[in-house]
Design a protein around this ligand. Structure first.
Ligand SMILES: O=C(O)CCC(=O)C(=O)O
Length: 290
């Protein structure tokens, strides 16, 4: 018997699921992505990942972008994104991977990963919520915490940017892996990392991953990338999830006009993340440094 999606996800730290964008959503998403990317590249959409900055805060330093942030934001005016984020096809897989009910799910990040246009770029090897200079013991402790959430990339164009080390979401780096990842510099060759595999997605494929898996990514200015990049969590994550999610700046989600763009399921998911934001006192800070 082949392993279930959840078994593969728990064991390897990632799993690829084909065909999670139902045909009824595809045309709307394609058109919404094209408009969002054009507005980002022209400088009109200010929420973006700038080339040269690997993690939040992304700042404004470079006109070139490798990501569009907050695609459900009402100012972007693209309801296709929230419609898909709250769709049965997607939510059913997330429930299976997290082992939870729909009533536990909270709305989190939804961004877009794109190719820069003038400068190729790369993200260093990292875990999203464990610093690269953590000691082996600190890393072991951090990886014991289950964050009650999953992150995914859904490719609308063939995408081979992401590299992961299967199984590394559960164990500290070996000394050799540490040597490849204890730097703020992007890797010259991601394949040099012991255990690394390149994740190749065909259009329509989704890779779900534990964002504390050891991973990096390369962005080729000449290879079109249109990849939906999002995460969803469940309320049991509480404070363990707060920094990871809220460091991206989600106060706009509290605006009543955003709730009005959502269906019933979306509004309930939104209420849960707003409760998390309200429960956090003060600045959550950032997981990683640039
Ligand atoms: O580009 C990717 O696929 C990965 C992005 C990533 O690692 C991140 O946002 O932390």
């Amino acid at each position: 018997m082949s392993p279930s999606l959840k078994e593969q996800y728990d064991e390897q730290g990632y799993v690829i699921v084909p065909g999670l964008v139902p045909p009824a959503h595809l045309e709307g998403l394609e058109a919404a992505c094209a408009r969002a990317i054009a507005r980002t590249r022209s400088g009109e959409w200010p929420h973006r990942r700038t080339v040269g900055r690997q993690f939040p805060p992304y700042g404004d330093g470079d006109p070139d972008s490798w990501g569009v942030q907050h695609v459900m934001h009402p100012d972007l005016g693209e309801p296709a994104f929230a419609r898909w984020y709250t769709s049965d096809a997607l939510v059913n897989v997330v429930k299976e991977l997290l082992g939870c009910q729909g009533d536990d799910l909270q709305m989190e990040l939804f961004n877009l990963l794109i190719n820069p246009t003038s400068n190729s770029f790369a993200l260093r090897w990292h875990r999203d919520d464990v610093r690269e200079d953590a000691t082996e013991e600190e890393e072991r402790e951090a990886l014991k915490i289950w964050h009650h959430g999953t992150q995914w990339n859904t490719a609308l164009r063939t995408d081979s940017c992401l590299y992961v080390v299967p199984g590394s979401h559960k164990v500290p780096r070996t000394p050799e892996q540490r040597a490849h990842s204890c730097t703020l510099d992007p890797p010259k060759d991601p394949r040099a990392m012991p255990g690394a595999v390149q994740v190749v997605l065909q259009p329509g494929d989704t890779v779900f991953y534990n964002n504390n898996i050891l991973h990096c990514a390369t962005y080729d200015a000449h290879q079109p990338r249109i990849t939906l990049h999002a995460c969803m969590g469940e309320v049991r994550g509480g404070a363990a999830r707060a920094r990871n999610i809220l460091q991206h700046g989600l106060s706009w989600m509290k605006e009543e006009r955003f709730a009005r763009t959502l269906d019933e399921r979306g509004r309930r998911m939104l209420e849960r993340i707003v409760r998390l934001q309200e429960s956090v006192n003060g600045d959550v800070g950032y997981s990683l440094t640039n």
